[in-house]
Design a protein around this ligand. Structure first.
Ligand SMILES: [Mg+2]
Length: 489
């Protein structure tokens, strides 16, 4: 096992940070780290198509942690890509294997934060980031697999593990390096203690009523106007009060599609729009204003996710349309700056873009400190399954709200049009053992132990690239393009 040291000093977590999950009895170890390159041929139906990603094959770089413990429990994790490059992502996960093999299981699950710091701090792998891109996403997949295993061993869904944990322990799981200038461990501890007031009532409300969602399923860019209108009406009939459309390829098309959607759902349904980074800053402002007649709620990813000041400029210019971003934001440090620059109205965490649960805890705390509502990015493959846990934890034990604003322990969210919503896309859930349940536009709280990350064995066998049964048959057929895309325009 590596003994990589941290490249920079970091604040010491408060004393008294003990895990509720330490079990001194067993001496079990991580015995295997298995990876899978899983690809689904979603590009064939244009599901998931947007202005920057016209032909995504939704894919998972998937990892399974096996142990020699008699309980037979496994930790499953993954990160999300859209096809080509998934093999690179799998290779990055495999580069982390030495940190895991032979690692004592009890200590690992009692303190995933130590592993997270070691992975981020590997001085040679760190050169590939730092804390961004393929290597950081690989860390996220591994760290999330550890949290899945931790929650399974605790016999609880992940959101409940986090909600029940002592604030001191949560603080010990967070790397405050590079964010301590705006959020210290001591302030985080105060926020987490305050966030627990009223938590039992919110947990009961969550279990009874679920968490609000919105759907992107009507609005993929490749859909016809007829399909857009039909699916928008279906979404409202299913109980959604908020839908999202992809925009950004052609302004005349976008005006027409926004009109079609608005006429289909009427004035009382929220419609957000998502440009997937398509525009320059000036273009984003002009284009968003061109859609203003249709009352868009937020404009998502109007420009490069790295352009903090550009987002701030856009936000100042397009109000009352809100600015949302986050699914491609590399890490907690960039989120810190987006918040410092007043560049965001809506912060969109992603369960697998950053370094896993530990870094998302930091990001949730930053959002709560700045009073910016979190509306998680989901869709893809398995992203809804994962990120629901983080939003539900945030509601029960941190922000205390599904409305806008910061901590309000007295809040009892009521309006289905609260500011906080989890994205929902109706793709690929059938491949998971514990798929999301969305009813009447709301996510049911998961009840099974774990992080809802485990994919069905038969799905792994069918869609593993290139040897799974689906791809083996496809690649043997001479008339079809391989998903590696050499034949894709
Ligand atoms: Mg998006």
């Amino acid at each position: 096992m590596s003994t990589a040291s941290s490249p920079a000093s970091e604040p010491t977590p408060p004393s008294g940070a003990t895990s509720p999950y330490a079990s001194p009895s067993a001496a079990a170890l991580i015995s295997a780290v298995d990876t899978y390159d899983i690809r689904f041929p979603t590009s064939r139906q244009l599901d998931g198509s947007d202005a920057m990603n016209p032909d995504p094959d939704y894919s998972a770089a998937y990892v399974v942690l096996r142990t020699d413990a008699p309980d037979g429990l496994e930790g499953h994790g993954f990160t999300f890509t859209i096809g080509r490059g998934n093999g690179v992502q799998v290779a990055a996960i495999e580069a982390l294997r030495p940190y895991l093999l032979g690692r004592p299981l009890d200590a690992l699950c009692a303190d995933p934060g130590t592993l997270s710091r070691e992975l981020v701090g590997d001085s040679q792998l760190r050169w590939l980031g730092p804390e961004k891109g393929v290597m950081h996403m690989a860390i996220g997949a591994v760290v999330n697999a550890v949290w899945d295993l931790t929650a399974k061993r605790a016999g609880k869904p992940l959101w409940k593990v986090l909600a029940d944990a002592e604030p001191e322990w949560i603080v010990s799981q967070i790397d405050f390096r590079y964010i301590a200038d705006v959020l210290s461990p001591e302030e985080a501890l105060r926020m987490l203690r305050a966030g627990r007031r009223g938590a039992s009532g919110r947990e009961a409300a969550l279990l009874e009523r679920g968490y609000p969602g919105y759907t992107t399923s009507p609005g993929w860019l490749g859909y016809s106007d007829e399909k857009l209108a039909r699916r928008a009406k279906e979404a409202v009939a299913e109980g959604f009060t908020h839908i999202k459309l992809k925009v950004g390829a052609d302004v005349a098309d976008d005006i027409r599609r926004c009109r079609v959607a608005r006429e289909a759902v009427g004035p009382d349904i929220r419609i957000s729009v998502d440009a997937n980074q398509r525009w320059n800053v000036d273009e984003a402002i002009e284009w968003t204003r061109a859609l203003a007649d249709f009352d868009p709620y937020w404009i998502e990813e109007p420009t490069s996710p790295d352009d903090i000041l550009g987002h701030a400029t856009i936000r100042r210019a397009v109000g009352p349309v809100k600015v949302a971003t986050g699914e491609h934001v590399h890490n907690r440090i960039v989120f810190k700056q987006l918040l410092q620059a007043d560049a965001l109205d809506i912060l969109q965490i992603d369960a697998v873009r950053v370094g896993g649960v530990n870094e998302n805890l930091a990001i949730l705390l930053l959002a709560a400190k700045f009073g910016v509502p979190v509306c998680p990015h989901a869709g893809g493959v398995g992203l809804c399954e994962l990120v629901q846990h983080l939003a539900m934890y945030d509601y029960v034990s941190l922000s205390g709200s599904t409305d806008s604003g910061s901590t309000d322990s007295a809040s009892t969210e009521s309006a289905s049009l609260g500011a906080r919503v989890i994205e929902y896309v109706d793709h690929l859930h059938e491949h998971f053992l514990d798929p999301v349940s969305v009813r009447d536009g709301r996510y049911d709280a998961p009840r099974s132990p774990g992080f809802s990350a485990t994919m069905r064995a038969e799905s792994l066998a069918e869609y593993r690239y290139p040897e799974g049964t689906f791809w083996a048959a496809e690649l043997a057929a001479p008339t079809l393009a391989a998903p590696t895309g050499e034949a894709v325009a």
